[in-house]
Design a protein around this ligand. Structure first.
Ligand code: GLY
Length: 431
């Protein structure tokens, strides 16, 4: 464990030279407008969910098989049968808010958004709701059947620790982290992502986002085994998930001896395509790894992924199509959630590298997301903040809809933007 403390001191030293990047001062009209809107929408959503034990996730959407197959560039009649069996929502449910319980992978994002909105506004009502919705996630700390525990607990309890610290938060984080680390297999060198599907041992790129929870648990407990697991997972993923151009596969499954079973997509256009949000998770994940270790190989990797994203993102407003290799056109679904994840990661990468290009790119994304093209108007959009994200197009699921994680990473990026405008480091540490 003591080595690990050294690692953290080295990483901390990097922050001091990492905040010289600049943006225009916050307080511009677009920024204030986005924050005001988020405040109103989130408070309305919290009221709406108050009498339940649920969290808002998205608006229910429908799909057409013609659109799906055209986007995936496969004949309509060759489409995967299990997909065709997907039910369409009843007409009266179309664009109804889908509410989820604590065990859903997205359950941490709504409490997390309340925390960021509180940080941006200082509105005590938001804090009150953030505490309430965070506490509803307590049972997550008993879950062992998913890798998404980092998303669920870091975004909620992690932000709670920054903004309203309390001893009980640490217990939740540590207990959850033990369950996450319990999914690590020494032979494969990875944490298992899913317990469903046809794969022997599936690991998805999204899993990089769960590693920060392990570093936080190591900080709290001094137990270096959390760091060992996180580093093994990151190194194995770096070796097996990435192609020569630094785009990544979504799913890599392993045989029991640790060799790769197959490389596939689940939510992207094709096995060899660059699913937009997946590239965002990779960028964010390795940027975060550098924050937590100070090891240059992770920074270099994050920069290579950033280059790939910047090269491949061809939309006029930098909000990506749902998959970078999807056929581009007027009706190609965008993914505002991918845009928000990329913007948030690039603010941090810009600080670590002192590279203004990343800051400018992230700021351009924020300008787009805060424009009427993506930002909801008050009282509409199921009280979500952003419109036009895509959850899983190949599953006909959540296409061109608000998503709670788009809102979360958008608000996080706004916090980072504000910090930069105030001459502060945009780097957010939960612990
Ligand atoms: N982690 C699941 C997704 O990005 O859709």
């Amino acid at each position: 464990m003591k080595n690990y403390i050294t690692l953290f001191i080295a990483a901390s030293a990097l922050y001091s030279c990492g905040n010289s990047a600049t943006v225009e001062p916050a307080g511009s009209e677009w920024f204030d407008n986005a924050v005001d809107l988020a405040e109103a929408q989130l408070l309305a959503a919290a009221d709406y969910c108050d009498s339940t034990i649920l969290f808002p996730r998205a608006l229910k959407t429908d799909y057409s098989l013609e659109q799906l197959t055209a986007q995936m560039e496969v004949p309509v009649d060759s489409f995967k049968p299990e997909i065709e069996l997907l039910k369409h929502p009843a007409p009266e449910e179309f664009r109804e808010v889908s509410l989820v319980g604590y065990a859903d992978w997205t359950s941490g994002f709504f409490p997390g958004s309340l925390w960021y909105a509180y940080e941006l506004t200082g509105n005590e009502k938001l804090k009150e709701q953030a505490v309430k919705f965070t506490n509803r996630l307590l049972p997550v700390s008993d879950m062992t059947d998913t890798h998404d525990l980092g998303f669920m607990v870091n975004c909620s309890y992690g932000n709670a620790n920054r903004l309203a610290p309390h001893d009980s938060i640490k217990n939740v984080v540590v207990k959850t982290a033990y369950n996450l680390a319990g999914r690590f297999d020494d032979k494969t060198g990875c944490i298992r992502s899913w317990d469903f599907g046809p794969w022997n041992y599936p690991v998805i790129i999204d899993n990089m986002m769960n590693l920060d929870l392990l570093f936080n648990a190591a900080k709290i407990t001094g137990d270096s085994s959390f760091v060992t697991v996180a580093l093994r997972h990151a190194d194995t993923t770096m070796k097996n998930h990435f192609r020569d151009d630094f785009s990544c596969f979504h799913v890599v499954s392993y045989n029991s001896d640790g060799s790769v079973e197959r490389r596939q997509t689940f939510q992207g256009k094709a096995d060899d395509s660059a699913w937009a949000r997946g590239q965002g998770w990779a960028l964010y994940g390795y940027t975060e790894l550098y924050r937590n270790t100070g090891e240059k190989k992770y920074l270099d990797h994050a920069e290579k992924v950033a280059k790939l994203i910047i090269d491949k993102n061809k939309t006029d407003d930098l909000v990506p199509y749902w998959d970078f290799d999807a056929p581009a056109g007027e009706t190609t679904p965008r993914d505002a959630s991918a845009a928000a994840v990329i913007a948030s990661a690039l603010f941090e990468l810009g600080a670590h590298t002192d590279n203004q290009q990343y800051i400018r790119y992230a700021t351009r994304i924020l300008h787009s997301l805060a424009s009427p093209r993506y930002l909801a108007t008050k009282g509409t959009n199921g009280n979500f903040v952003l419109m036009h994200s895509t959850g899983s197009l190949p599953h006909g699921s959540e296409i061109d809809t608000p998503l709670n994680y788009a809102d979360y990473y958008f608000l996080e990026a706004l916090v980072k933007y504000k910090r930069l405008a105030n001459g502060e480091s945009p780097v957010i540490r939960m612990f």
